[in-house]
Design a protein around this ligand. Structure first.
Ligand SMILES: NC(=O)c1ccc[n+]([C@@H]2O[C@H](COP(=O)([O-])OP(=O)(O)OC[C@H]3O[C@@H](n4cnc5c(N)ncnc54)[C@H](OP(=O)(O)O)[C@@H]3O)[C@@H](O)[C@H]2O)c1
Length: 282
């Protein structure tokens, strides 16, 4: 017999507090709205204060609870200020989504250039943004998850955002791919570390999106008139679903991984990619 209330409880985030880095962006913004719809209070973290406030206002207008957390993911003191704001206002922190990141134009090898032309500083910047921009917020916000009330076990969940570039070779974006591969490894490493040191209430998982049109990759995928670039066309040809993903298609995996329904799921990287990763092309 169906038990709708059991299933609703399994996937509810009611009473939880989430922070989404990159909540000012296309995928992070959709994930922040989705977490709020599942019942969580959500902090929207990004460098653009006005955009963070706009996303928070949109969530609030729709009946949710949200606040803007203007901060750079590579700036520890800004992250600590954001963490204090969350704890002072909401008293707890249960979910961290590390969605800040993306490719940088200077770190993309253009068709007329080779790996040997790549400015190492651009490689370093994109690597730092994606890897350190995941590790540092996890240190700052994750620390709050380890502190349980007397008599309770620590609980919380970290969701990292990986990429197809971590597991398949995606031409031109070597630094981005290296950083996302490191995020997969960090996800597994931290899953073990936190479970062993703090118990099974602390979990770390990742989502590996296939191709979605975000601000950081729009110019690589679409021409100014909205038609596909040659690279965009190659991607679609290699995606069995035959299209890019839409940001809300990340929500099922996200809410499942954050919810009590995934209480025994730890250290996995879930592809949400329309089948891109498993296609040989033949
Ligand atoms: N779109 C895709 O197809 C795709 C596929 C796989 C993985 N991903 C990953 O998904 C995540 C979101 O990408 P997206 O496509 O939604 O791109 P987007 O719209 O450009 O969003 C990128 C976000 O990162 C934030 N960000 C960048 N540098 C930051 C910094 N130093 N400090 C704080 N926030 C920073 C931006 O916020 P501010 O500008 O306000 O700082 C923005 O919110 C990224 O990690 C990306 O690598 C995307």
């Amino acid at each position: 017999m169906a038990d709708a209330s059991l299933i609703a409880k399994l996937f509810s985030l009611e009473g939880q507090v989430a922070v989404v880095t990159g909540g000012t962006g296309v995928l992070g913004g959709a994930m922040a709205r989705g977490l709020a719809q599942a019942g969580a209070r959500v902090g929207i973290l990004g460098r653009r204060r006005e955009q963070a406030e706009a996303v928070a206002a949109e969530i609030t207008a729709a009946g949710g609870v949200a606040m803007a957390l203007p901060a750079d993911v590579l700036d520890q003191s800004q992250l600590e200020t954001a963490s204090r704001a969350v704890l002072q206002n909401w008293g707890q922190l249960d979910i961290l989504v590390n969605a800040a990141g993306g490719n940088l134009a200077a770190a993309t090898i253009s068709p007329d250039k080779t790996f040997f032309d790549l400015p190492i500083e651009a490689f370093r910047q994109v690597f730092d943004l994606n890897l350190l921009g995941t590790v540092l917020p996890t240190q700052v916000f994750g620390a709050a998850m380890t502190k349980a009330a007397a008599g309770e076990q620590p609980k919380g969940c970290v969701i990292n955002i990986s990429s197809m570039g971590a597991i398949r070779v995606i031409s031109r974006v070597v630094g981005y791919s290296a950083a996302k591969a490191a995020i997969d490894n960090f996800t597994r490493w931290l899953a073990v570390e936190l479970a062993q040191k703090y118990g099974s209430g602390l979990r770390v998982n990742a989502i590996a999106p296939g191709f979605f049109v975000g601000d950081q990759n729009r110019a690589l995928l679409l021409n100014p008139d909205g038609t596909l670039t040659a690279r965009g066309q190659t991607i679609i040809s290699h995606t069995p679903a035959g299209r890019f993903g839409t940001p809300d298609e990340l929500l099922g995996a996200l809410i499942w991984l954050c919810s009590p329904g995934a209480s025994f799921v730890n250290g996995v990287v879930v592809p949400v990619d329309g089948g891109f990763a498993i296609t040989s092309g033949v």
